[in-house]
Ligand binder design. Sequence first.
Ligand code: DAH
Length: 341
Amino acid sequence: MVNSEKLQELRQLAEESIQKAQDARTLNDLRVKFLGKKGEITALLKSMKDLSPEEKPKFGQMVNTVRAEVESAIETHMAELEAKAREAKMAAETIDVTLPAKKMQYGHAHPNTRALEEVERIFVGMGYEVVEGPEVEYDEYNFEKLNIPKGHPARDEQDTFYINDSILLRTQTSSVQARVMEQGKLPIRMICPGRVFRSDAVDATHSPSFHQIEGLVIDKHVTFADLKGTLDKFAKELFGPETKTKLRPHHFPFTEPSAEVDVSCFKCGGKGCRFCKGEGWIEILGCGMVHPHVLEMCGIDPKQYSGFAFGVGLERIALLKYEIDDMRLLYENDTRFLEQF
Ligand code: DAH
């Protein structure tokens, strides 16, 4: 009987394919291929019309038996596949509690932060308050009230990022001096750390954004000797008790007289070395006695009060203190560099 041979062939083919199937989708495709409406086994039923009346029921029964067997083979294999998948998932998710734990990566303070904390510690120890001011600032505070009117050449040296004619990214933390003095609470003894901006191209000693620490003291009878003594103490605390300081006359529009402060090289003790470029001295900050006109513009009577101010570059301190020779390293966030501090 040709038809029944064909049926047995299909059954064998179906069972082999089912055994080989690796996933539910393949199994479903096989179900359609053999048992679906247009399936190959189903098609045999349609060929029954050519059989004799005696053969018809017998063959029909055979087909149904095979259908049931194939269906059950599919179900069984499906269940096996599911069980296997579950086992694999369980195995993959097992936690081996005996494995060593992953090490926590601990960070630490950035060299800039450490330098700032050091400077703050020194001045807070001398009774200074730490204040902050805005990074987006009025021209008035950044320049005008510091004796730098429109057209003053000192503006060119600090060319910056303007928001509009009267608002800019501050070029110096000196802007906070005017803000604090204006509040009229005297005496003043403050430092103000913060970010400043200048349209400088990046190189080993320049960046369009860096940090300064401003200092301001206003009281009755404050003299240049107080300024000298304060900065000398600061330098000794920061770079070691052997450190000497030297003031060189300089000009800043908002202080009179003004000076730049050098410290004796803490590497060679002042003899001259590679670190201080043979000078024996290293420049660290600008300072001076607050200009009487600045006091006046900020509502303080220069006949009663006097004061001094200074401005330190934070990066400069960090580079010196930690002997870093390129400012860019401070901003690149390369952990191989940062880990060394
Ligand atoms: N603001 C100055 C600068 O950026 C630094 C400075 C100099 C600040 C003298 C001062 C000062 O307070 O008295 O170059």
